[in-house]
Design a protein around this ligand. Sequence first.
Ligand code: SF4
Length: 220
Amino acid sequence: MEPPKKEIRLFQLTILSWFKSNARQFQWRALGLSIYQIVISEVLLQRTKAETVSKNYDIFFKRYPDWNSLNNSNICDIENLLFPFGLYRQRAQRLKALAKAMVENNVLLPNERSLIEKIPLMGQYIANAVELLVFKRNIPLLDVNMARVLERYFGPRKLKDIRFDPYLKFLSREVVDHIKSKEINWAILDFAALICQSRKPKCPICVFQKTCQYHLKIYN
Ligand code: SF4
C-alpha cells in the first residue's frame, strides 16, 4: 500500500533537517561542475565507496579533465589510474565508450530521457543522475542504499529486483518530489552510509526512531 502524503512530507522534513548538520563534503557536490565531471563522478561512484572515490578523484580529473582527453587516452592508462577505485577494467571500458559517444555527439548531452539512455553504457542509474544533477528534475537515485532506507522506514517492496518494483519506484519518486530534490537524494545516501547501515543500523541514535516501521517492529 502506498504511504500517505503526510508520512512522505514528515520523512522529507526530517531527512533534510538531519542533512543540514550531517552532510558529507565531497568534490562532486561542489557547485559549478561540468556535465563531464557530473557524469564521470557518478560512474566512479557506482559500487565504490564515496570515501575511496574522493581520495583519488582529483588525480583522475587532473589527468582527464574533459571528454576529449578521456577519448584520446590509451585504455591501459585509464585502467592504471582507475586501479584504486576497483573494477578498473570494466570501468575503463565504460568510460572510454562514454567518452567516444560524447565526442561523436560534439560533447552535447541530449535532454530527453529516451535519448540519454541511448548513449552507450550510460545505464539507468547514470541517466537518473543526469536528469537530477544536470537537468534539475526531481528524480530519485534509487539504488540498494536508498531502497534499504525507504523499505525500513515505509515497509518492504514486493519484487526482488529494485529496478522493477512498482512500490519502490513510486515511493522513491514521491520522496524526492521536492524543491530540494538533490539535497534529499544526497541526504538519503549519507543517511544510509552513516546511520541506516545495512548490517547494524544505528537505531538508538536515529532521528526516525518514533516513526520507522523497522524500528517499531524490532524494538516494540
Ligand atoms: Fe534505519 Fe533504524 Fe533509523 Fe529505521 S530507526 S531509519 S532502521 S536507523
